[in-house]
Design a protein around this ligand. Structure first.
Ligand code: AMP
Length: 387
C-alpha cells in the first residue's frame, strides 16, 4: 500500500491532494513550472519542468517509475499519456480523459455527437472571417472561447456584431498552445450553474456528491456552496449525463462535471477529470470525505462505500490585489475567531492581481440556511487582504 504518485501540477488543489495522500502514507513527487508551488511544500520530492515539453515529462516518468500519474492541470503534453499507458503506467483517470478535456473541441464533439448530451449550440472558427460566419449561424448573444484555455482566459461574450472582431483577437491572446481555433457557443440563459463531483471507481459503482452551486467572475469562481438547491429531476438528468461522459472517457478518479440549469432543462458544459476548484467547499467537511480524499481513494483503488452529506457549507476565494514577490495577508487574526468557519492560505510564493491565494469556508448543520452560509463566507473572505 505504499505507492508512488507523480503529481503533474502543484497548485492549491494538488496541495490538498498531497495532504490526503500523506495521511495514508503514500509517496508523492510534486511537479510544476515554478519552484515552491503549494503542493511541493507538502510532497516528498519536487521537480520543476515545463509540462508541455514531452521529453521533460518522459524523463520524469523514467526517473520515478510512478504507480500513478495524476494530472492536476490541463496544460500538459497529454498526448504522451497514451504512450505511458501502453508502457503499463496508470494515468488518472485515463490518458483519454486528460487528453480530451484539454481541448474543448474533443470533449464537446464527444458529448454532443457521440453521447447525445444536450449542450449549447456551437460552431468552430479558425480566423476572424470564419468567426463572422459562425456567429451568423449561432446568433447573438454568443460566447467565444479558445479551444485550449482555462480560467476564462481569452473568453468573451458577443453582444453586438461590433464585438466579433474584438472577440477574435482577445481569444488569440488568451489561447494556450499552438491552436488558433475557437469555439462559439450559443448563450445559455441559465438560472444557475452547478458542478457535479462524480467519482468513478476501479471496481465499484459511480458515485455522486451533492451538487455544488457557484458564481463566476472573470472566468473564475468566487463563491461555491453545497448543496445547490435543484429539482430532483434536474439532478437525476445531470447524474445520468455525468455517468455517460465519465464512462466514455474511462478510468477511476473524481471529476468536476459542469452543468447549466435553464428553463428548458439541463445543459452539459464541460468537465475536468480531477478535483474541481468549486469543490473546495468540501474542505468545510460538508461530506464524509472531501473531494481530495475521494480522488485519492479512487486513484488507489480503495472502495468507497458511499458519499454522505454531513453539513451544509460554502467557500469564498481570497484574491490578491497586486503583484508581489513577497505577499502577506492581513486580517487573518480577525477572521480566525469566526464560528463555524475555517480557511486555507495556499502559500503561493508570489502574487498578481486576482491570483487565488486562499479560501474561506463556512458551514452549518444540515437544517441550516445555505444563502446565509454563502453570505458569511463572502463577508469573512472580504476582511482578508493580500499585499
Ligand atoms: P467555461 O470556461 O467554459 O467553464 O466558462 C466559464 C463561465 O462562463 C461558465 O461557468 C459560465 O458562467 C459562463 N459561460 C460559459 N459558456 C457559456 C454559455 N454558452 N452561455 C452562458 N454562459 C456561459
Amino acid at each position: 500500500m505504499k505507492k508512488t504518485i507523480l503529481l503533474l501540477g502543484s497548485g492549491e488543489l494538488g496541495k490538498e491532494f498531497v495532504i490526503a495522500a500523506q495521511r495514508l502514507g503514500q509517496t508523492v513527487i510534486a511537479v510544476d513550472s515554478y519552484d515552491n508551488a503549494p503542493a511541493m511544500q507538502v510532497a516528498d520530492a519536487r521537480e520543476v519542468i515545463n509540462m508541455l515539453d514531452g521529453n521533460a515529462l518522459d524523463s520524469l516518468v523514467e526517473k520515478y517509475n510512478p504507480d500513478y500519474i495524476v494530472p492536476e492541470i490541463e496544460a500538459i503534453r497529454t498526448e504522451r499519456f497514451y504512450e505511458y499507458e501502453k508502457q503499463g503506467y496508470t494515468v488518472i483517470p485515463s490518458a483519454k480523459a486528460a487528453n480530451y478535456t484539454m481541448n474543448r473541441k474533443s470533449i464537446r464533439d464527444l458529448a454532443t455527437k457521440d453521447l447525445g448530451l444536450k449542450t449549447a449550440t456551437y460552431r468552430y472558427a479558425t480566423s476572424a472571417q470564419e468567426l463572422q460566419l459562425a456567429v451568423k449561424e449561432i446568433g447573438i448573444p454568443c460566447v467565444v472561447k479558445p479551444l485550449m484555455s482555462s480560467s476564462g482566459k481569452g473568453q468573451s461574450t458577443i453582444k453586438t456584431p461590433d464585438d466579433i472582431e474584438k472577440a477574435w483577437y482577445y481569444s488569440q491572446e488568451g489561447s494556450r498552445g499552438d491552436v488558433a481555433e475557437v469555439i462559439v457557443e450559443g448563450f445559455v440563459n441559465f438560472n444557475y450553474e452547478i458542478t457535479l463531483l462524480t467519482v468513478t471507481q476501479r471496481d465499484g459503482k459511480t458515485l455522486f456528491c451533492p451538487p455544488i452551486g457557484h458564481r463566476q467572475e472573470r472566468g473564475d469562481y468566487q463563491e461555491s456552496w453545497q448543496p445547490a438547491a435543484m429539482l430532483p429531476e434536474h439532478l437525476k438528468t445531470a447524474q445520468e449525463m455525468a455517468d455517460k461522459v465519465t464512462a466514455a472517457l474511462g478510468g477511476a478518479g473524481i471529476w468536476g462535471v459542469e452543468f447549466f440549469i435553464a428553463d428548458d432543462g439541463v445543459y452539459f458544459s464541460e468537465l475536468s477529470p480531477r478535483p474541481h476548484d468549486t469543490g473546495m467547499v468540501t474542505l468545510a467537511n460538508t461530506q464524509n470525505f472531501n473531494e481530495f480524499e475521494l480522488h485519492l481513494r479512487a486513484v488507489l483503488g480503495l472502495p468507497i462505500a458511499e458519499i454522505t452529506q454531513e453539513r451544509i457549507g460554502a467557500s469564498a476565494v481570497i484574491l490578491a490585489r497586486e503583484h508581489s514577490e513577497n505577499p502577506s495577508f492581513s486580517g487573518i487574526e480577525n477572521i480566525a475567531s469566526e464560528e463555524k468557519s475555517d480557511f486555507r492560505l495556499f502559500g503561493k510564493p508570489t502574487s498578481r492581481p486576482y491570483r487565488r491565494m486562499g479560501v474561506v469556508v463556512t458551514y452549518d448543520y444540515l437544517d441550516g440556511d445555505v444563502p446565509k452560509v454563502i453570505e458569511r463566507a463572502k463577508e469573512i473572505a472580504g476582511r482578508v487582504s493580500v499585499d
